[in-house]
Design a protein around this ligand. Structure first.
Ligand SMILES: Cc1cc2nc3c(=O)[nH]c(=O)nc-3n(C[C@H](O)[C@H](O)[C@H](O)COP(=O)(O)OP(=O)(O)OC[C@H]3O[C@@H](n4cnc5c(N)ncnc54)[C@H](O)[C@@H]3O)c2cc1C
Length: 777
């Protein structure tokens, strides 16, 4: 392939004029086309995409200077449903040269990225080029070539295309380099932000590289995942203070208004650090190793808008890419499941516009019926769903007045379980598109009575990946240690999320066995939510590459442990630790491993300091700046049973028979968690005895949810015998904190009494939290 290309290029040189290469992402005015940078590592480049969700987007326009003559135009495009031989052509678009539409519809044939030809066109001097979308359904274009040689044919091979791109754009073989940074952070999700801010506050000169125009990764407005994980607890309760400075307080995931994810707060918090240079729109695709072959000298970043490249030179590097890209490029050993991984999600939102909204036919989408996916749910009113919102912290946005007007496709719209998380990533995203468009078509045609007035208002074109490469560190944390509570000397970042892994939901998978698109979460073993399990520092650096740290999804953990450590506030705290360790490396001329072996006490001391503390020079002392941000109180998930009056029996002390799961999602709850279950025949006995005979009020605690029991049978065993009543746990309990009165009962001193819950006939999950017994008034 390469051979053919070179031959043709030489021929052109001989003929005189070189072909003109135009990057789509460099168009002066992208119009309504979005910049997609997710698949550079597989197809070679950022590209423009007409993501209008069924409505053609505005033209992208640019102007180029060309010698007068007759040209053939080539466009590198993709018929994105080609890989499935799907009926129809969603991604069609036209190209206009000086206002004249070329006679070729692009994006209609083929199965992969390919060059398509149109023309010839006559031009002279300044030439206007426009991309004219025809569908609003994700037509895409990487680059254009205008060639005056009618015999010129570019190769479809990715490597050959990239070589030609470099030549025609005149990029130097070796990209220019920066001066040396102390710390180069690659990837701008929560983990990267934690590392960049923490490193800067230790006086390090930081380069912070992110390939999107916004920070936040999965927690940005582009992807809209809620940041979870308890901060500010456990062995080092100041860890998480930096995260809380930039974390959003979004009420729904995804939300009615993307602003809830507060990209601005994230960027402002990073830009406030004067020793940090932030490089947005920069994708790291290569590394340059030091002469020893064991350390990284620089990472090579591609500017996703201009196509120019830079080598970012550093003493230390942090891989926060989520994909372990830097580690893999440097040759670090990594782990990755062959199949059965967690997948990628592209979440979505529909809004009720209260007037009929048309929706085009989508024969190329997945042919879904209403049985193939769960009906999207209305959003929760702002402030109800997310406890963080109740802390009084400034939300940083004005809540949408009627979030219930919206329905959303949430986290479980997930696919790619058995596909390769990097090489198949574009196929996974496009499969998600086919699923969502198929679902919208089904809702609007098969359930038109409800959805005729709804429009698809948001579909994330940037996917949220969950599981990819994990770089091997000096220690691989396994899930069992976490459950048993084995504490290591370098244990630090508290992980509080249960071991949550995702699998295709069987109910919806049967019609789409090749790539199911609806998942279920399986919560494995319980994690200590109150204090968190302290993840060891040795999971945060590569065992192979001397100057490489990791933070976020890509740390050195076995898969079950990843189920817990992957949530974003936890990832952010890993970054905080790495930033502090990097200072020790620079100040004491040591390596990430050296920090563990020789300077662990210093790291422990730094982790014990407030996140707002900073030093102005590498040698300077830490101090608390006068303008340090005030943080909200640590949110309390649990009601302390010791603070409730009367006799209190928590579900932790109840005698449980049959299958009951623990939960912490419905807040507040008494103690460390609540239990719930629906297995037929299961029961729970909350036993107690009173010290003085008399009449007592008996209360139970629960939080409502639509999947809870409509008629939970609850029996009180008192001096009067057994009395059973049913409680509707789908409805809010009338008393404060989720308390519900079962009435007044007589109990004799010293006799065993009990409240017994049963699942049989309950019609949903029975929710057990606590029983309270109070002297009757
Ligand atoms: C739908 C969904 C629901 C989830 N639910 C929750 C939840 O409720 N709460 C929760 O806390 N977590 C949740 N998670 C998990 C969580 O989002 C991830 O594990 C988390 O984002 C990991 O953070 P990170 O910083 O490691 O990576 P990311 O958030 O993925 O950030 C990595 C960033 O690096 C950038 N990048 C990647 N490669 C390069 C490169 N080569 N050069 C430059 N930049 C690069 C990416 O663009 C991205 O912005 C969910 C995930 C998904 C997908």
């Amino acid at each position: 392939m390469k051979h053919v290309l070179f031959a043709s290029l030489l021929a052109i040189s001989a003929a005189g004029a070189q072909p003109k290469w135009i990057e789509a992402e460099s168009f002066a005015n992208p119009g309504g086309w979005v910049l997609d940078t997710q698949f550079i590592d597989i197809m070679g480049s950022p590209y423009l995409m007409a993501h209008g969700m069924g409505k053609p987007v505005k033209d992208a326009e640019t102007e180029v200077e060309l010698p007068a003559g007759e040209y053939t135009l080539w466009a590198r495009v993709k018929n994105w449903v080609g890989p499935w031989d799907a009926k129809g052509t969603p991604g069609r678009f036209e190209i206009l040269v000086n206002g004249e539409t070329l006679k070729h519809e692009f994006g209609v044939t083929g199965k992969d990225w390919q060059w398509e030809k149109a023309g010839p066109v006559k031009v002279s001097g300044k030439t206007k080029i426009a991309l004219h979308d025809l569908t609003g359904f994700d037509g895409r274009v990487d680059a254009l070539i205008l060639s005056s040689d009618a015999g010129f044919t570019p190769s479809n091979d990715v490597a050959a295309t990239n070589k030609m791109r470099r030549e025609l754009l005149g990029l130097p073989d070796k990209a220019p380099e920066t001066s040396e940074y102390d710390l180069v952070v690659v990837g701008g999700g929560y983990s990267g932000m934690g590392a960049a801010i923490s490193g800067a506050r230790q006086g390090l000169k930081v380069a912070f590289i992110q390939d999107r125009p916004v920070l936040g990764g999965n927690g940005s407005s582009e992807i809209q995942v809620w940041a979870q994980g308890g901060t500010r607890r456990g062995l080092y309760p100041h860890l998480g203070e930096i995260v809380e400075e930039f974390a959003d307080r979004a009420s729904n995931s995804p939300a009615a208004d993307p602003q809830e994810f507060n990209d601005k707060l994230k960027e402002d918090t990073v830009r406030a650090e004067k020793t940090t240079d932030l490089f947005l729109n920069t994708h790291v695709y290569g590394v340059e190793m030091a002469k020893d072959g064991k350390n990284i000298r620089s990472v090579i970043g591609l500017n996703t808008k201009t196509g120019t490249e830079t080598r970012f030179v550093g003493k230390l590097f942090v891989d926060c890419t989520g994909h372990g890209t830097v580690g893999a490029l440097a040759g670090a050993e990594f782990m990755m499941e062959e199949k059965g991984r967690m997948g990628m999600s592209n979440m979505w939102v529909m809004k009720n516009l209260h007037k009929p909204v048309s929706w085009p036919k989508t024969p190329w989408a997945l042919p879904l019926t209403l049985e193939d996916f769960p009906e999207p749910k209305a959003m929760a009113p702002v402030g109800k769903k997310n406890a963080a919102n109740q802390s009084g912290f400034d939300l940083g946005y004005n809540p949408v007045p009627n979030p219930e007007e919206y329905v959303h496709g949430e986290w479980f719209w997930e696919s790619g379980f058995d596909k390769h998380p990097i090489n198949d990533l574009e196929l996974i995203r496009d499969h998600n598109f086919r699923a969502v468009y198929g679902a919208v078509s089904a809702l609007k045609t098969l359930k038109a009575d409800k959805y005729a007035d709804y429009d698809l208002t948001w579909l994330a074109f940037i996917g949220g990946p969950r599981e990819s490469r994990r770089i091997v560190g000096d220690m691989i944390l396994n899930g069992e240690d976490m459950v048993k509570g084995v504490i290591y000397p370098d244990g630090c970042v508290p992980t509080t999320w249960d071991q949550d892994l995702h699998y295709p939901k069987e109910q919806y998978a049967k019609n789409f066995p090749d790539n199911p698109f609806i998942s279920r979460a399986e919560f494995g073993k319980h994690t200590d939510r109150k204090n968190g399990y302290p993840v060891p520092y040795r999971c945060f650096y590569s065992k192979d590459i001397g100057n490489l740290f990791m933070a976020g999804r890509t740390i050195s953990v076995e898969r079950h442990a990843l189920g817990s450590t992957r949530v974003m506030r936890t990832c952010g705290m890993m970054g905080e630790v790495v930033g502090k360790a990097a200072w020790i490396c620079v100040r004491h001329h040591t390596t990430p491993r050296g920090v563990y072996e020789q300077y662990l006490d210093i790291l422990k001391d730094l982790m014990s300091q407030p996140g707002a503390m900073r030093r102005d020079t590498l040698e300077g002392n830490l101090y608390m700046p006068a303008n340090a941000k005030k943080l909200p109180e640590v949110a309390q998930d649990g009601i302390n049973p010791a603070k409730l009056v009367g006799i209190v029996i928590d579900d932790k002390e109840a005698e449980l028979n049959g299958k009951w799961a623990h939960g912490e999602g419905l807040k507040p709850f008494v103690g460390e968690y609540y239990s719930y279950g629906s297995e037929k025949g299961a029961s729970a006995r909350f036993a107690f005895s009173v010290k003085q005979s008399g009449n007592y009020e008996v209360r139970i605690f629960f939080q409502p949810h639509e999947n809870r029991a409509k008629a939970a049978p609850v029996t009180v065993l008192s001096a009067d015998g057994e009395k059973t009543q049913t409680v509707d746990q789908t409805k809010k309990a009338p008393l404060p904190q989720g308390a519900y009165s079962l009435g007044t009962f007589k109990f004799n001193a010293g006799e065993e009494a009990a409240v017994i819950f049963r699942t049989t006939g309950a019609g949903g999950n029975v929710h057990l939290d606590a029983v309270q017994v109070l002297p009757a008034k």
